[in-house]
Design a protein around this ligand. Structure first.
Ligand SMILES: Cc1cn([C@@H]2O[C@H](COP(=O)(O)OP(=O)(O)OP(=O)(O)O)[C@@H](O)[C@H]2O)c(=O)[nH]c1=O
Length: 631
């Protein structure tokens, strides 16, 4: 495998693909890159005549798409990505730039222009490396383009219209998809096929190699990077050389463990510990000095095998409030932390070291201190504290997940095995004790607060005058909504046990008037009147039968034009790409009768109750958003 070493450089980074194109997602997923998808909101309206060459237009558009996402993620979530990738594909013929057709007539114009001729497909790509200094986003942009020439056969009118009516042209530059039916129109392709499909993978890998393995004096003389470097080339690149790259590696990304394995997939040859090999095929020399290929290092599998250890280390550090202590008193030595939290020195030191290697803490000669993200997310009073959710995960989800095998065998929740009692009503279980209720509410508040801005801004909701957040718990989303839409009045509707406990979670110093709390059970009691009903992380708790009851109750009080806003993790229709959401669906299996659903499943549920014009936005945050209106 020659590609993995370069892509392996991205393993420990938060990589974001700023593109809604399913083709780009597939091309990069197929080579094992792990990334989040955050489609860009940049409008592709740059003035084409201001560019000397068409590829400059594609490159600039790609750059603007990626920068928009980098900025948005930095400003909105305090979650600066490490690398954002943007791309833009255009077709040029007779010095005209063709983008995606706006309608069938436009597709006809484009395709008849391409008929019987050779044209060029350019994809511009921008790779943005991001960092945050004093809360300011800093970016380093690398961009390039790739050109592929494509020749179409002569297309008859009949063929052309048949192709247009297939629907394939509409979301594709030049009005065709070479990877599908459009392939039948093509006489020849000169250049990179994937570049036509939407992403020049080969050139992208070369760029990464240039960035992460800048040629040293030594190999400038001997090596020419005019193709993707071979394994041999990579073997000669020590980490020393890669460290000279501008881009710092994630801390601990290449740490050795006792078995000689590196977390990034690098391995030390025991006979030559100074050379780090980042390939997955590990050439080792046998006694005769002949190279043999060792087994592949399955770093993804190893990471998954260890995943629970990392989770538990995070849970224990959170439970011991180590991040809180370090926020106020750090840097501290292990012995001081152990005194503060009353634990053994040797155990504490190992936990702190593990947390530092996982990137949760900094370790310096002065001691351990929090990273910026530990201060924001892991302290119990951090601005976007996940502390509540972490404690809930440890106390509640962990015991349930240890019974995952039974859940899979039986197809049902496991409260009886985890907690020794039969699950009655999902929420009654949470609310049977004050302590469990507080913990659950804190967990829900953590997630609602972290996602509220993206949920509230996924669609323009300014046409609605009143909203009712059904199961709105502590009101975290409601408060965000009234900040963003000052004319909106929001009612939070939840069970009496919840409403009685919301005061602790209210933001201080805000004008509280527009958010009202009303108690009731949305399956039984009258629903407050509203133009917009919000269900955030509600439907995934329930089986379809219960959802039909709830949606029919909402539909009965909803006037035409009024809407429903759902916030859920939305699965892709094939249920194969979004591992966080698919794991969340297992999480629902172990504890509820609900599940995560795909966009089409939600659409179908809503349409059965008279809600149409269903729009789905993937936010790149933990929750996606669906908006629909009653007709
Ligand atoms: C020529 C050709 C193009 N495409 C698709 O055309 C879109 C171009 O549009 P874009 O503006 O570059 O991208 P987008 O789809 O709008 O996504 P985004 O990156 O969010 O702007 C991309 O999808 C490409 O795959 C194919 O799937 N096959 C082909 O043969």
């Amino acid at each position: 495998m020659v590609l993995n070493p370069v892509l392996g450089k991205l393993v420990s980074k938060r990589v974001v693909l700023a593109s809604a194109s399913p083709r780009r997602q597939e091309i990069l997923t197929n080579v094992g890159l792990r990334f989040e998808v955050v489609p860009s909101w940049f409008k592709e309206t740059l003035e084409k005549s201001s560019f000397a060459a068409p590829y400059e237009y594609a490159v600039e558009t790609a750059k603007q798409k990626a920068l928009e996402v980098a900025n948005r993620m930095h400003v909105k979530h305090l979650r600066t990505p490490d690398v954002v990738i943007g791309a833009d594909t255009i077709v040029t013929v007779d010095e005209q730039i063709l983008e995606k057709p706006v309608d069938k007539q436009d597709a006809y114009r484009m395709l008849s222009r391409l008929s019987g001729k050779e044209h060029s497909v350019f994809t511009g790509v921008a790779i943005i490396h991001c960092s945050s200094k004093d809360n300011q986003l800093e970016t380093e942009v690398t961009d390039f383009y790739e050109e592929t020439k494509v020749k179409f056969s002569d297309l008859s009118e009949e063929l052309l219209w048949e192709y247009i009516h297939s629907g394939e042209p509409m979301d594709k530059a030049g009005g065709y998809g070479i990877q599908a039916l459009g392939g039948m129109l093509v006489e020849y392709v000169h250049g990179d096929f994937l570049n036509v499909v939407g992403f020049p993978l080969n050139h992208f890998c070369k760029k990464l190699a240039e960035l992460y393995y800048p040629p040293s004096k030594h190999n400038v003389q001997h090596k020419k990077y005019d193709s993707i470097p071979s394994v041999d080339t990579f073997e000669n690149l020590s980490d020393g050389e890669s460290d000279s790259s501008n881009f710092t590696e994630h801390k601990g990304a290449s740490k050795l463990d006792s078995s000689g394995m590196c977390s990034s997939g690098a391995i030390y040859n025991s006979e030559n510990s100074s050379s780090v090999r980042t390939g997955f095929m590990v050439p080792l020399e046998n006694q005769n000095g002949v190279s043999e290929s060792g087994p592949k290092l399955p770093s993804k599998i190893l990471e998954l095998m260890d995943g629970f250890r990392a989770s538990k280390a995070l849970f224990v550090a959170s439970k011991l409030k180590i991040f809180d202590h370090l926020k106020h008193r750090g840097p501290l030595k292990a012995v001081d932390v152990s005194n503060e939290v009353r634990t053994s020195v040797c155990g504490t030191e190992r936990l702190l070291d593990a947390c530092a290697a996982l990137g949760l803490l900094e370790k310096t000669p002065q001691g351990y201190s929090n990273t910026d993200s530990a201060n924001v997310y892991l302290t119990s009073d951090g601005e976007y504290s996940l502390h509540g959710y972490i404690i809930h995960s440890d106390d509640h989800l962990w015991p349930l997940f240890t019974n995952l095998e039974s859940a899979v065998k039986e197809g049902s929740r496991q409260n009886h095995r985890a907690f020794g009692k039969k699950a009655e009503d999902l929420f009654k279980d949470y609310y049977h004790s004050e302590e469990v209720k507080q913990r659950f509410m804190a967990a829900m508040h953590s997630i609602a607060h972290l996602t509220a801005r993206d949920v509230a801004t996924a669609f323009d909701l300014s046409r609605f005058k009143s909203a009712c957040d059904l199961g709105g718990c502590t009101g975290a989303l409601a408060h965000e909504l009234v900040q963003i839409y000052p004319n909106l009045k929001v009612t939070v509707f939840d069970l009496p046990e919840v409403i009685a406990n919301t005061s602790y979670f209210q933001p201080s110093g805000q004008h509280m008037a527009p958010v009202t709390f009303v108690s009731g059970d949305f399956f039984k009691d009258n629903l407050p009147e509203a133009d917009l009903y919000i269900l955030s992380r509600v439907l995934h708790d329930w089986p379809d039968e219960k959802i039909h009851v709830l949606l029919s109750r909402i539909s009965a009080v909803c006037k035409p034009g009024c809407g429903i806003l759902l916030a859920e993790m939305v699965l892709d229709d094939e249920k194969k790409n979004r591992s966080t959401a698919l794991l969340q669906s297992l999480n629902m299996l172990v504890q509820t009768e609900g599940k995560e659903r795909s966009g089409s499943e939600y659409r179908s549920l809503l349409e059965q109750h008279g809600f149409t014009n269903v729009k789905i936005r993937l936010t790149g945050n933990l929750l996606d958003v669906i908006l629909c209106a009653k007709t």
